[in-house]
Design a protein around this ligand. Structure first.
Ligand code: ADP
Ligand code: ADP
Length: 237
């Protein structure tokens, strides 16, 4: 599913965030990426859909060489990748339903909504994902009326409504009460098991990574220092 070869990233200011990372991840895996702050986790995740442009190396996802896609092809590719941000990245003035439709349609749906121009199928899928994340009844609430935990659930519903082939989640619970980590990871795990969709999630709490992931990638100073099943991770790592 994912093939990364000799991936490196040096930012414009000279910061080396990734050094010669190579990894392959089969379809359907649930992977936790761990490492200290600044280790390169977020940069790694972002190079997979080119939110960060790699300096060198290749990224293949589902047989597509992501690193060679044109702007237009990249847009189409990103429609199949659900990305979940630490800071949710919702459109605050829009409703829950509109935010989730935004993920599915790829454009802000407000005026179409006002005109009743959504396709029923799109709305049905959006509502199904809102229900999956436990926000039924909140469809018409504005994003800015929700708690952080609720906003992150909207962001997950938005990603799932894309019917993604791959889900990338960049510390999705980092700005939430730790008690919400299980809710967020539980939703991702359930989706992974039900649909066989590959999930990569940055987690800085090792104990959570152990509990949810099948496989762990550990980064240290931009290098991949561990790649294996959760069971192979010794307590010292
Ligand atoms: P992590 O997600 O593990 O905390 P990051 O991938 O965010 O690590 O960062 C890796 C390194 O790259 C850090 O030293 C960070 O400061 C640096 N970095 C991240 N983004 C940028 C950027 N846009 N420009 C310069 N340096 C960056
Ligand atoms: P994270 O918590 O994921 O490590 P940060 O707070 O380090 O995120 O970074 C937030 C944003 O700032 C990201 O978009 C990242 O790319 C950027 N960034 C991080 N470090 C630097 C840096 N040294 N110079 C410029 N931008 C940076």
């Amino acid at each position: 599913m994912i093939e990364v070869r000799n991936l490196s990233k040096v930012f414009a200011d000279g910061t080396r965030a990734l050094s010669e990372v190579s990894v392959s991840i089969p379809k359907g895996d649930f992977v936790a990426i761990i490492g200290l702050s600044g280790a390169g986790k977020s940069t790694f995740l972002r190079t997979l859909n080119r939110l960060v442009e790699p300096t060198a190396g290749e990224v293949w996802v589902g047989g597509v060489e992501v690193t060679r896609l044109s702007r237009k092809e990249l847009q189409a590719f990103r429609r199949k990748v659900g990305f979940i941000f630490q800071q949710f990245n919702l459109v605050q003035r829009l409703t829950v339903l509109d935010n989730v439709l935004h993920g599915r349609l790829g454009y802000l749906p407000t005026w179409r909504g006002l005109l009743g121009l959504y396709r029923e199928e799109d709305t049905a899928i959006a509502l199904e994902q809102i229900k999956r994340v436990g926000l039924q009844g909140k469809e018409r609430a504005r994003a800015d009326q929700l708690s952080g935990g609720q906003q992150q659930r909207v962001a997950i519903a938005r990603a799932l409504a894309q019917e993604p082939e791959l889900i990338l989640a960049d510390e999705p619970m980092a700005s939430l009460d730790p008690r919400l980590s299980d809710v967020i990871l539980g939703i991702l795990k359930e989706y992974n098991e039900e649909k066989g969709v590959t999930v990569l999630v940055n987690i800085h709490v090792l104990e959570l990574a152990r509990r949810y992931a099948r496989r762990i990638l550990a980064f240290n100073k931009g290098r991949l220092v561990f790649d294996g099943p959760v069971e192979a991770l010794t307590p010292e790592v």
